[in-house]
Design a protein around this ligand. Structure first.
Ligand SMILES: [Zn+2]
Length: 337
């Protein structure tokens, strides 16, 4: 089969489209004929070697949709040809965190890999039936973005009537967070770098759109829009450039959810500010295994919708990475296999 593999860390040019052995499903595993794979920032960091040294060539990709193409020994819950979406979190299934449904807190938690390929093998518990009415491309765009966004709002205890700030609102995570915030009855202040994206963000349900120039603080604009109080929750996936401002734009008792650090992860904290203003900083890294099966039916019912910016053939994964790194997206970039 053909796949996109990384042999050494570097720019998009290190993504190699090459022939590799088709994987065989072991006990409790299924093989998926991949039809589409979603592209995430995490794969850019993996490619750059930021998430760990690259020792052996490996296939990138955690979000995929396709058809069941092989059943390992003991698999009874799936049939050949069934359309499925990959549920990307893997955990031990036995520890305290797993048993209470908080898989991302499992010490063995990781994400599946291997979606940038014609075939991939995952545990039979890592697939969910694909909802009707979605294309493979749409289904492959949902996993990491929507699960992380839902888990972020859950971690922050978002209630109807809350005002939420979403940095990077036009990205995959941002457009998912925006839609899920509206379902929770919250008011959304969407932040984007480009005034050209304002209209698209309004259509996706943002109540206010703030255009950020990459430098200045948005604290006063958020305070003006919230009667001087600040936002209940800020979703920050940019990190270094925005974190101090995220804290500043929170109201007393507010929550900053960190779900990424695309501008870097180093920051200085004024701890006096944290305890005097009763602020909470919480991390969101994917979400529990139950999130994807719970929210997928909402796409069939039209309460949520996939937002696809561009589709590339698998062999052009380098171009997909380049586009995502430029930040020139509204929604998701997807590879078609
Ligand atoms: Zn566990």
């Amino acid at each position: 089969m053909y796949a996109i593999r990384v042999h050494q860390a570097g720019g998009p040019e290190v993504l190699r489209y090459e022939e590799v052995a088709r994987p065989e499903p072991g006990p409790g595993e299924v093989r998926i004929k991949v039809r589409a794979a979603g592209v995430n920032h995490r794969e850019i960091w993996q490619r750059q070697g930021i998430l760990g040294e690259i020792k052996d060539p490996f296939i990138l990709g955690s979000d995929a949709a396709g058809e069941i193409d092989g059943l390992g020994p003991g698999v009874r819950s799936w049939d050949m040809g069934q359309r499925v979406v990959v549920n990307p979190g893997v955990s031990c299934g036995q520890c305290f965190a797993c048993l209470r449904g908080d898989q991302p807190a499992c010490s063995r938690f990781r994400l599946v890999s291997g979606a940038y390929a014609e075939y991939m093998v995952v545990a039979d518990s890592n697939v969910v039936a694909m909802p009707s009415g979605l294309t493979f491309v749409e289904a492959a765009s949902l996993g990491i973005a929507f699960v992380t966004a839902d888990a972020a709002w859950e971690a922050a205890g978002v209630l109807p009537g809350y005002t939420l700030v979403i940095w990077g609102a036009s990205g995959g995570l941002g457009t998912a967070a925006l839609q899920l915030a509206k379902l929770r009855g919250a008011r959304t202040l969407a932040v984007t770098r480009s005034s050209a994206k304002q209209e698209a963000l309004k259509k996706l349900g943002s109540d206010e759109v703030l255009v950020w120039d990459g430098g200045r603080s948005l604290q006063h604009e958020v305070h003006d829009l919230t009667g001087g109080r600040g936002a209940e929750v800020v979703l920050d996936s940019l990190g270094e450039r925005t974190f101090a401002d995220s804290l500043a734009m929170c109201r007393r008792g507010g929550v900053v959810v960190i779900a990424g650090a695309t501008t870097g992860g180093k920051t200085a904290l004024e701890l006096g500010d944290i305890f005097r203003r009763r602020l909470t900083v919480v991390g969101a890294y994917l979400g529990s295994a139950s999130v994807l099966p719970r929210i997928l039916p909402l796409f069939s019912r039209g309460q949520l919708m996939p937002v696809i910016d561009h589709v590339y053939p698998l062999e052009q994964a380098d171009q997909a990475h380049e586009q995502l790194e430029r930040g020139d997206v509204i929604g998701k970039v997807v590879l078609e296999v």
